[in-house]
Design a protein around this ligand. Structure first.
Ligand code: NAD
Length: 252
């Protein structure tokens, strides 16, 4: 098969009625935020780091929480800026039929780039807020980070004393049911599904392309490394996202 060009992909996007995009950590690496499983990924370099993103370890082990809070205070999330890839998806919304942008990312960079907030589903939550794991208390993340900077290494809930965690969905934690349902509905009515910067290995988000394929959507994968969906895809583009997405959008 001759690999489809950005011009061919642009033609599919131009003709689409409902384009659904799924992004993963790979779209933000060019903003300086490492992914988990890529060659420079956080877990590739330090497999033990997986614990801080896993609910059972976070709840059970105060050392994991302390490490997690130290990571949060120093995190690149607070200074990262959107890159060419995020901006190309804003242009895609302006020039073609972006229905929904489902992101597995917690960094808020699609919002910062200017994608319409109503079109974004942050399926794994976000780092902007902090939440209590025992009661409904929730606040901006700065409230917890100020306490960490003031010397608390594992701040607790001001309402009930429960464990605090960023408002992200950790491994082992349920997704917000309505977010998952909306993402599945969007994928199931898509005629083009664009998966960008995701290893398509974290479920249930990684199942979204199946919903689109069941609707006979064209599937386009933009990712440096192979994914389980490459064989089912109409196009697999392995170049740098910050180069591939702008070249597709320029051809729209
Ligand atoms: P992943 O780490 O499993 O896969 C990322 C993929 O992106 C890799 O296959 C890598 O080869 C590819 N990639 C990285 N940079 C690229 C580039 N510039 N051009 C082309 N391809 C590139 O990521 P995932 O599938 O999103 O799953 C990991 C989980 O980690 C998600 O649930 C997400 O919530 C979370 N996460 C989020 C962030 C973030 O918010 N930025 C960062 C790390 C992890």
């Amino acid at each position: 098969m001759v690999p489809p060009t950005p011009e061919q992909v642009a033609a599919w996007l131009r003709a689409a009625q409902r384009t659904v995009v799924l992004t993963g950590a790979g779209i933000s690496t060019e903003s300086g935020i490492p992914d988990f499983r890529g060659p420079d990924g956080v877990w590739t370099k330090n497999p033990a780091a997986e614990k801080t993103a896993t609910l059972q370890y976070y709840v059970r082990d105060p050392d994991v929480r302390r490490q997690s809070w130290r990571n949060r205070v120093d995190s690149k999330y607070w200074t990262a800026e959107p890159n060419e890839g995020h901006r190309a998806l804003v242009d895609l919304e302006r020039t073609a039929s972006l229905d929904t942008l489902v992101t597995q990312n917690i960094d808020g960079l699609h919002h910062a780039a200017g994608t319409t907030p109503d079109k974004i589903i942050e399926i794994h939550g976000n780092v902007r807020d902090v939440k209590c794991l025992s009661c409904a208390w929730r606040a901006p993340m700065a409230v917890a980070l100020d306490r960490v900077r003031a010397g608390e290494d594992d701040p607790d809930c001001p309402e009930c004393g429960g464990i605090l965690k960023s408002a992200t969905i950790s491994f082992g934690e349920n997704l917000v049911a309505s977010d998952l349902a909306h993402a599945q509905e969007a994928a199931a009515r898509a005629d083009v599904f664009l998966a960008v910067g995701t290893s398509l290995s974290v479920y249930p988000a990684a199942r979204l392309p199946e919903y689109a394929l069941a609707n006979r959507a064209r599937l386009i994968v933009v990712n440096a490394e192979p994914t389980p969906f490459d064989e089912a895809a109409d196009a697999v583009l392995r170049d740098r996202i910050g180069q591939v997405l702008p070249s597709i959008v320029a051809a729209l």
